[in-house]
Design a protein around this ligand. Structure first.
Ligand SMILES: NC(=O)c1ccc[n+]([C@@H]2O[C@H](COP(=O)([O-])OP(=O)(O)OC[C@H]3O[C@@H](n4cnc5c(N)ncnc54)[C@H](O)[C@@H]3O)[C@@H](O)[C@H]2O)c1
Length: 733
């Protein structure tokens, strides 16, 4: 049933608008603050103007419905075109309305009204038609778009599925395979693919509204039924002939969607489109999305969506803080990190001067970069020409003076304070005034490094994660003396390099590795008490992380790095030392905490390691015991949360959400658990505090709850309610 618009006397209303002189042809009349209406010849044009992305908020739905009624009532309007002002077509629902009571008209009601309209409705699309925006377009009779338009249903990234018919209409239009791909993985498609798959009817050259109006005029002149997506069945019939399609698709996304609820539910919803009549399918979709909206996963994923956006905002930093305009960069050190960072810069179109101390390492570094780009090309991600183009952006040199024309210098030499200070003294000598100077140190004191220059206000940490050309996280480290311009420039460059930059303060390990160290200590302790590496790792893997601490150590040369550090500090670690002495340096040599078959990355438990662990327990005088998975989980994750609370107390992170962003992008914490601080809220801070107190009684002060955690637990507060009480200036000072 369509809406009853006759009772509204819309014709009179629109005519009234026309007659009072405010509207004529080619003149827009506002229906409300965000939707307006005009007539171009015999075509009515409805425009949505709700910046920044024309989200389908309540006033948009209301204005849309009202203008549709006016347009339908006007006999002179043979067809209707729906366009958006600004940079994009409707790019989604208004997420902030999700947890509020729904305000009519619902999106469903608005879309139904379009679909049953007696005049054909044409969506004219530019920018990105996403989520509710694409569902809106799917309810129209036709869709045209500019060549640069993109289309997607990314709801799955928020732990939900499209809820306004998207799962039922899209497969009818583009076929089940493409629909599954888009709905269950959130993938976007471009205009060409959209045209080929049947999602759009035409690509418009030139002015979009004019093109949409011309298309509308043409189809309305043809004596034909205007197609409604709900009535189409050809492509569903094709899928019915392929009974294995859904199982095959489920298998194809199993690894990437491990632990997530929404992708599987998305497949179920598309299956309903194939097997149920349209209205029953819509009812099924509603039921499925209602369940997902209630789930802790979707709460976590929606929380994370906002946490990530918030992390880009730095309190106290004026929006108009001047930033360094980087047209050329220099990287010092062509090793693992320097090479990766140079690649990221070159990928972003920025020419790089790559400085090394010796020719051999420079050659090797360049070779690795070429190999990585060629591997991308082999997978189809780059053309051979692009590989050469990117390599050509790198200018290798052994001369420090060559950094003189760089606006950004990133140092990535060995992790030794004296060396880094020497390098920064050199950088200070040759770098141009006004350049941003950054160190990629993973743990050294950024303040001391900055003081090796005469311009510490220009120095920050830019802590990339390995492999730097892959990992999205960038910890931007604010030193005591770093200026606002230096901070704003580093954040800005992080974004330009395609990273997720998060501001942190100076401390051992910054945010991510400081929490990782807390977890690592407990993991090692659990080995002594009775656990084995594969049990510890399995608990972390099952929790949703890509791997546990021991598989990670084997992958990232952790045994060797820690062994070398212990040689400097004089610390002892029986297990780590024994493994290092046996040359068990991890995956690259085929053995570490695990053993590896040739050409395999699968970690296999190794009796030799287990014997070393047993020996370590004996030396500590510990009776090994069975340790439950739950205990392992709590002893690994609660100390991380506790350390996170200390990090907030110290002002090393601005907000709990920033810590969560760091853990998701730097360590693969599953977004369906929000991040460690969100997870703490899910468990309950009082419960975590109590468990820490109990563990403290049993195992000592390592577990003493942080004062902040203690206070928040007592007050019944959650990290999500964190309010910015410190000024940004305290971060890192
Ligand atoms: N590897 C990681 O996972 C990782 C992650 C984050 C940060 N970091 C940090 O990045 C930095 C570099 O680490 P890496 O793993 O790339 O080391 P690496 O050993 O792979 O490379 C260091 C390179 O620096 C060069 N170098 C040394 N002194 C130099 C000088 N005076 N001038 C020019 N070049 C010089 C060396 O020849 C070598 O090629 C360290 O501070 C490290 O702590 C490493």
């Amino acid at each position: 049933m369509g809406p009853n618009w006759t009772g509204h006397h819309p014709r009179a209303a629109w005519r009234g608008l026309l007659n009072d002189g405010k509207v004529g042809e080619h003149m827009q009349t506002k229906v409300n603050d965000v939707v307006s209406l005009e007539r171009r010849g015999n075509v009515a044009v409805i425009s949505i103007d709700n910046p920044p992305v024309n989200a389908l908020s309540h006033p948009v739905r209301e204005g849309l419905l009202a203008s549709l009624r006016y347009a339908i009532a006007d006999e002179d309007a043979r067809a209707i075109v729906l366009v958006c002002a600004g940079r994009t077509f409707v790019a989604g629902a208004d997420i902030s309305e999700f947890d509020k009571p729904p305000q009519p008209p619902s999106l469903h009601e608005s879309l139904d009204a379009i679909e049953v309209s007696p005049r054909p409705v044409v969506a004219a699309i530019h920018g990105t038609a996403l989520g509710g925006g694409l569902e809106l377009a799917l309810a129209c009779h036709y869709r045209v778009a500019v060549g640069s338009a993109r289309f997607g249903l990314p709801e799955v990234n928020l732990g939900i599925i499209p809820g306004a018919g998207g799962t039922q209409r899209l497969p009818r239009l583009v076929g089940v395979n493409t629909a599954l791909h888009m709905i269950a993985t959130g993938a976007m498609i471009g205009a060409t693919e959209a045209l080929q798959s049947g999602l759009i009817d035409q690509i418009v050259e030139g002015d979009l509204t004019e093109g949409g109006v011309a298309f509308a005029r043409q189809v309305s002149a043809e004596p034909r039924q205007h197609p409604r997506v709900r009535d189409r069945d050809e492509k569903l019939a094709e899928a019915r002939a392929e009974p294995h399609l859904f199982d095959d698709f489920r298998a194809s996304i199993a690894r990437k969607s491990r632990g997530f609820l929404a992708p599987g539910v998305a497949v179920t919803a598309v299956e309903a489109a194939v097997n149920l009549p349209f209205d029953a399918g819509i009812a099924r979709e509603r039921q499925l999305i209602a369940e997902l909206l209630q789930s802790e996963q979707s709460k976590a994923q929606r929380y994370f969506f906002f946490a990530e956006r918030k992390s880009a905002k730095i309190p106290g930093l004026a929006a108009d803080t001047p930033v360094v305009n980087v047209s050329r960069a220099a990287v010092i050190g062509a090793g693992t990190m320097g090479g990766g960072i140079s690649m990221v810069l070159a990928n972003a179109g920025i020419p790089v001067t790559l400085v090394e101390q010796n020719a051999e390492n420079l050659e090797r570094g360049l070779g690795v970069m070429r190999k990585n780009w060629e591997a991308t090309a082999a997978r189809g991600g780059l053309s051979q020409g692009q590989v050469e183009e990117r390599l050509a952006r790198i200018t290798p040199t052994l001369n420090f003076e060559d950094i003189a024309d760089a606006d950004l210098v990133i140092e990535a030499v060995y992790e030794q304070l004296k060396l880094k200070k020497d390098v920064f003294a050199q950088v200070d000598r040759y770098a141009k005034q006004g350049a941003l100077l950054a160190t990629n140190t993973s743990g050294l004191d950024v303040n001391q490094i900055a003081l090796a220059t005469a311009r510490p206000e220009r120095v920050v940490g830019m802590h990339f994660f390995s492999p730097a050309n892959v990992m999205k996280l960038l910890e931007v480290v604010r030193g005591d003396r770093s200026s606002d311009t230096a901070i704003a420039s580093a954040m800005n460059m992080g974004k330009k390099m395609g990273k997720v930059p998060v501001l942190v303060g100076v401390c051992e390990g910054f945010v991510g590795n400081r929490m990782l160290a807390a977890r690592g200590k407990q993991a090692d302790r659990l080995l002594l008490e009775g656990a084995l590496p594969h049990q510890v790792d399995r608990v972390m893997f099952d929790f949703g992380l890509p791997m546990g601490p021991y598989a990670m150590a084997d992958l990232a040369a952790g045994i060797e790095l820690r062994w070398r550090r212990r040689q400097e500090t004089g610390e002892m670690d029986f297990i780590g030392d024994r493994l290092a002495e046996l040359g068990r340096f991890g995956q690259k040599v085929g053995k570490g905490y695990y053993r590896y078959e040739p050409n395999s990355r699968a970690p296999l438990p190794d009796p030799e390691v287990e014997e070393i662990i047993r020996e370590a327990s004996r030396r500590e005088g510990l009776q090994r015991r069975d340790i439950s998975d739950q205990e392992i989980l709590e002893r690994l994750v609660y100390p991380m949360i506790n350390e996170g609370a200390r990090i907030l107390e110290d002002g090393v992170a601005i907000r709990p959400g920033d810590i969560d962003v760091i853990w998701v992008y730097g360590y693969g914490w599953p977004t369906y658990r929000g991040g460690p601080m969100f997870y703490a809220d899910s468990v309950g801070l009082a419960q975590i505090r109590d468990r820490l107190v109990a563990l403290q009684a049993q195992h000592g002060d390592f577990f003493r709850p942080a004062a902040l955690l203690e206070r928040m637990a007592r007050e019944g507060r959650r990290f999500q309610e964190w309010e910015q009480t410190r000024s940004a200036a305290t971060v890192g000072s």
